[in-house]
Design a binder for this molecule. Structure first.
Ligand code: ZN
Length: 384
């Protein structure tokens, strides 16, 4: 799509249906340009023009409106965590049309990763319905590590590569996905995507300062929205809660630090719980058992919240967010994590700070909503 087409799609994603005149006024485009852009998008199957819904007809009410074609404008959302690849094909409003799952070895090269992503996008699109593939307008890849800026190698300075960044992830990934799929591609940290999703569509709606805590299998991260902007930092490292030091004499981490929060949480959660169970515990099974009423694991999850809450308390004192959202992908057991985080922030943050701690509202789909929010944001500021 051309830049002006992206702006129109982003506007329609937010506004829903509107007349050509409203579109031109909102985006500052002349009538002739709007007509050409709409015609082009209709031809691509991304936009439809249809009669306005029946209702009281005020003078000058348009007979026809422009809107996104329901399943026509779709985005492929790829998320990679612990070697599992999950793909959703969704609308720009976050509605999932089709999904597929696969695996990717952390040592796989970039060409292999891109092939896996493209194959799963095709499978998900096929499940979403015939004709959708032509309506795929973008791909967003969410990853559980810092995203190097375009051209960057994921290095923390002096050319040293971050060991915890997968081999296939560098500043060239977006261009490689674009070349393979033929549509625009963006790569974003998964906690950032969840933060964008909850901010635009979920628990952080209407706020301008939102911190999101994301927990997964051997993964912990934060997404920071400050002053209505996603904060990524110089090299994409902002919000990497996993590598905040919580034990000065703790084990050495692949980031080069010692006693990182990631290790403390992994130890607290699985190694402390395992001796009491015959079955091999995973993060997912701990969440499932806790949600089903296992009191020991509920207490452990509250402790995980307390551990993550300690650096979050300092972060709250320093940044004064309105709300801290615990990502909803942890399901019903998340209530125990919320409890631990809230208690620790209340105990350790400055009493002058008053951030509410809440569970996310978008369950495991915050990343899909976040991808829609990211695209709308990127496209709405495209140069014409
Ligand atoms: Zn570390």
């Amino acid at each position: 799509m051309r830049a002006v087409q992206r702006r129109v799609v982003a506007y329609l994603g937010q506004a829903g249906e509107c007349s050509r005149a409203e579109l031109g006024e909102a985006l500052g485009l002349p009538k002739g340009t709007v007509a050409g852009v709409v015609a082009g998008l209709v031809e691509l199957g991304i936009v439809v023009e249809r009669p306005a819904a029946p209702g009281p007809r005020a003078a000058g009410r348009p007979a026809r409106v422009v809107a996104l074609a329901g399943a026509g404008a779709a985005v492929g959302v790829v998320t990679v965590a612990s070697g599992r690849v999950r793909v959703s094909v969704a609308t720009l409003r976050g509605e999932v049309l089709g999904a597929a799952e696969g695996v990717l070895e952390p040592t796989a090269g970039q060409a292999t990763a891109v092939e896996v992503f493209a194959g799963l996008i095709e499978s998900a699109a096929a499940r979403a319905g015939a004709g959708l593939v032509t309506g795929l307008v973008a791909v967003v890849v969410g990853v559980g590590s810092p995203v190097p800026p375009p051209g960057g190698r994921g290095s923390g300075g002096a050319g040293r590569r971050w060991e915890f960044v997968p081999v296939w992830l560098d500043g060239a990934l977006a261009a490689a996905v674009r070349a393979r799929t033929g549509v625009e591609a963006l790569v974003e940290n998964d906690a950032n995507l969840a933060a964008l999703g909850e901010w635009r569509f979920g628990a952080g709606r209407g706020r301008s300062d939102v911190v999101l805590l994301k927990l997964g299998e051997r993964a912990v991260g934060a997404g920071l929205i400050l002053g209505g902007r996603l904060i990524r930092g110089r090299g994409g490292f902002a919000g990497e809660l996993a590598h905040v030091q919580v034990r000065a004499d703790g084990p050495v981490c692949s980031c080069g630090g010692r006693g990182c929060l990631l290790h403390a949480i992994s130890t607290e959660l699985l190694e402390l719980a395992q001796p009491a169970y015959d079955e091999r515990l995973t993060f997912a099974s701990v969440l499932r058992l806790a949600a089903a009423g296992d009191i020991g694991l509920q207490r452990l999850l509250a402790d995980v919240g307390r551990l993550a809450g300690r650096p979050l308390a300092d972060l709250c004192t320093l940044l004064d967010p309105e709300i801290v959202v615990v990502d909803g992908s942890v399901g019903a057991a998340g209530a125990h994590i919320v409890h631990g985080v809230a208690e620790t922030i209340e105990r350790h943050a400055s009493p002058a700070m008053a951030a509410a701690v809440v569970a996310g509202e978008l369950a495991e789909r915050a990343d899909v909503f976040g991808a829609a929010a990211l695209l709308r944001h990127e496209w709405s500021r495209s140069e014409v």
